[in-house]
Ligand binder design. Structure first.
Ligand code: 13P
Length: 251
């Protein structure tokens, strides 16, 4: 049985003071909860506060960044590297979120470069893949997932697959209130797992956690998590409120 991962992606929300307020409310609500792994990915400027607060928790909670640069120690104004994230106390990093692909023109090759940098720095990556509505309607979902995974996993050794988590986030389900059915998500997860098997072998693919993201809420978390192929959730909007995210963690 793969242990599920419930991860929060706060996107461009919360100042450091608001982040601290969140943790002070949230941590007591999930005290003693060890069934699932919990990860919170705040904006960069909140990482310090997040790391400080989760260290006070009685359970292990990961802190992740939402992006990373593939380079380190060079002239790239405004960027943050994987070794910096690790040194700041991050355990995880989200790579290739659809908003980065869409609005910051991140390519599959850039996702691969970032993933390699994250692995080298000792971070666990949450690699996001997923089709847009036009691709789904044109019957291209499998092709898109295969391409995104093949390129993301290129030149990564099988023994490094342990540092990879994938999030299937159909773009049409993000922030829209339209959730993929557990069956539809499971179908996509099987395609992703098959690609992982090609890249890393069957055993590594069997252990790969594949999360679902896209309008996960307290009301639909249990039915999604009941699906054997769904190894957790990457939650946007519903992770901003401590009560709602705690309810999802405890689905
Ligand atoms: P929502 O949960 O707001 O749909 O966002 C999903 C997401 O993009 C998480 O990375």
């Amino acid at each position: 049985m793969r242990k599920k991962v419930i991860a929060a992606n706060w996107k461009l929300y919360k100042t450091p003071a608001e982040a601290r307020e969140f943790f002070r409310a949230f941590l007591p609500m999930i005290s003693g909860h060890t069934r699932d792994e919990v990860v919170i990915c705040p904006p960069y400027v909140d990482i310090y506060v997040a790391v400080e607060e989760v260290r006070k928790s009685d359970i292990t909670i990961g802190v992740g960044a939402q992006n990373v640069n593939a380079q380190h120690a060079c002239a790239l104004t405004g960027e943050i590297s994987a070794p910096m994230l690790r040194a700041a106390g991050c355990t995880h990093v989200i790579i290739g979120h659809s908003e980065r692909r869409q609005f910051f023109h991140e390519t599959d090759d850039l996702v691969n470069a970032k993933l390699k940098a994250a692995i080298a720095a000792g971070l666990i990556s949450i690699v996001c893949v997923g089709e847009v509505i036009e691709e789904r309607e044109a019957g291209l979902t499998e092709d898109v997932l295969r391409r995104q995974c093949t390129r993301a996993f290129a030149e990564i050794a099988a023994d490094q697959a342990r540092a990879i988590t994938v999030a299937y986030e159909p773009v049409w389900a993000i922030g829209t209130g339209k959730t993929a059915t557990p069956q539809l998500a499971a179908e996509a997860h099987r395609v992703i797992r098959a690609q992982a098997a090609e890249a890393f072998g069957d055993e590594a693919a069997e252990g790969l956690r594949i999360l679902y993201g896209g309008s996960v809420k307290p009301e639909n978390a249990a039915s999604l998590m009941a699906e054997e192929e769904i190894d957790g959730a990457l939650v946007g909007g519903a992770s901003l409120d401590p009560k709602s995210f705690a309810a999802i963690v405890k689905y």
